[in-house]
Design a protein around this ligand. Structure first.
Ligand SMILES: *Cc1c(COP(=O)(O)O)cnc(C)c1O
Length: 458
């Protein structure tokens, strides 16, 4: 199996290569040449596996040329030993909706699930053996802390985390800026998440700089993250024990929900994948009208979804245009030159077969949090709340699972404001409220950020 780019099918990379690089050299995203399709009886065989064994089976399909199954199993077991629950995730019923809690990892967001495995993969693939690796991450609030927790103190690895200054929650920022050791650098960029993500992509595309610092990335464009997220789609299906299943997914960069799409390609009987967005609804617009046009980012109470350039959408686009790399290239060229591209009716219909999309604004999100608390004595965070809101729009759809993407404590100020409740910090959280925060504020200019990085790694 090889990996190629959404913009050039002739490229030929190994799992280890794409793991280290993150972004393809032509600016496209990596995809595997084959996706294993399970037959019905094979799916039955996976049915009773523990989360850890299921993760080993699923992830192995994508990295078998570089890691043995036994090694992978060890690495996964080690990755999840700090989770609050042994089965990593937890499916529960809230009224007539199913909630999959994905936030019992060390930094209380679903991003821990992929990131803890990735941290171990860095060591296992020995990518930093001979030369120090500098990982540059853009975060809308949760990727950063998950990356820091997974990569803290690892030998020969530095992590630079770029977050949008003053646009993440206080707890999100505190976790990032108080748990890191000497190999972690937090940078607050005077801009939006889209600005942070663009800087990281531009640095990847600048060959000389990338090679000079031996740059690597763990943003959701990294295929290894997608692969780890496929697992819990299968797991929920097996625990729900119904013929088919749908998912409602709080969405920003389209990584998490795209993993659900891959699960469907692998043979999981998924009916619909519902994209829940906040006011930053580029995905809701493209899925319903065909126009992909990034707007300016509007800050919301679900900051991890304050994204207008949903990078992973390019992977779906590749399928939608019949796996035509030239067509993807030309659409992405339009986006760069004209600021948008358009899909035709046929292409929209292809997307609509698998996806629905709903926008839930801040007012509705607050109402949802309030109502779930009132009716079910249960607190959901603002991101998860958009998932509930979107799921409720589809009364005819059975067996919907909402992905709970963050623990409410991470957004305790909003929760307190909406419900008057004061939440306690979960025990696995290693955050030091009273410790001095460590971060630098830098202008939204790639040259300044490059200099910052070069200054630190001298
Ligand atoms: C990252 C994140 C999302 C969005 O996930 P994508 O993979 O970027 O679509 C949603 N909710 C929370 C809490 C997140 O941290």
């Amino acid at each position: 199996m090889k990996y190629f780019s959404t913009r050039d099918k002739s490229l030929n990379f190994s799992f280890r290569d794409i793991f280290l690089r993150g972004l393809a050299p032509d600016g496209g995203l990596f995809l595997p040449s084959e996706i294993k399709k399970y037959q019905q009886n094979e799916i039955k065989d996976l049915n009773s596996l523990s989360y850890l064994d299921l993760a080993t089976e699923i992830i192995f399909n994508f990295c078998k040329d570089d890691i043995t199954k036994k090694e992978l199993k060890n690495l996964i077991e080690d990755a999840y030993k700090n989770f609050k629950i042994k089965e990593v995730v937890n499916l529960k019923k809230i009224g007539n909706i199913n909630l999959l809690e994905l936030y019992h990892g060390p930094t209380l967001a679903f991003k821990d699930i992929a990131m803890q495995v990735i941290g171990n993969m860095y060591d296992h693939l020995k990518v930093a053996d001979k030369k120090k690796v500098n990982i540059i991450v853009a975060t809308s609030g949760d990727t950063g802390s998950a990356a820091i927790s997974a990569l803290n103190g690892r030998k020969n690895i530095n992590v630079f985390v770029l977050h949008p200054h003053n646009r993440i929650s206080n707890i999100q920022r505190k976790i990032m800026t108080t748990i890191g050791s000497d190999n972690i650098f937090n940078v607050a960029i005077k801009g939006s998440f889209d600005d942070c993500q663009k800087i990281v992509k531009d640095m990847f595309n600048h060959n000389e700089f990338r090679e000079k610092i031996n740059m690597s990335g763990v943003n959701s464009i990294n295929w290894a993250r997608i692969v780890c997220q496929i697992v819990y789609y299968f797991y929920s299906y097996f625990r729900l024990k119904k013929k088919n299943i749908s998912f409602s997914v709080p969405t920003g960069n389209f990584g998490d929900i795209y993993a659900g799409y891959v699960a469907k390609k692998m043979g999981l009987p998924i009916d619909k994948l519902i994209v829940a967005t906040n006011e930053n609804n580029i995905l809701q617009r493209v899925i319903n009208t065909g126009e992909y046009k990034p707007d300016t980012v509007k800050p919301s109470i679900s900051p991890s979804m304050d994204i207008q350039v949903a990078s992973n959408f390019e992977r779906l686009l590749f399928d939608v245009v019949g796996q035509d790399d030239k067509k993807v290239n030309s659409l992405m060229g339009d986006l760069l030159k004209k600021g948008s591209f358009n899909l035709n009716d046929n292409e929209i219909n292809i997307i609509k077969k698998d996806f629905e999309a709903v926008k839930i604004n801040d007012e509705k999100t607050k109402l949802i949090i309030k109502n779930i608390d009132k009716e079910h004595k249960f607190i959901v965070d603002p991101h998860t709340a958009t998932g509930f809101g979107a799921a409720n729009k589809f009364k005819g759809l059975e067996n919907v699972v909402v992905l709970g993407t963050a623990h409410p404590f991470k957004f305790n100020e909003t929760i307190n404001h909406v419900t008057s409740k004061k939440l306690e910090a979960p025990s696995q959280l290693k955050m030091h409220m009273d410790k001095k925060e460590k971060f630098d504020i830098v202008e939204n200019k790639i040259s300044q950020i490059k200099n910052y990085i070069l200054g630190k790694i001298k």
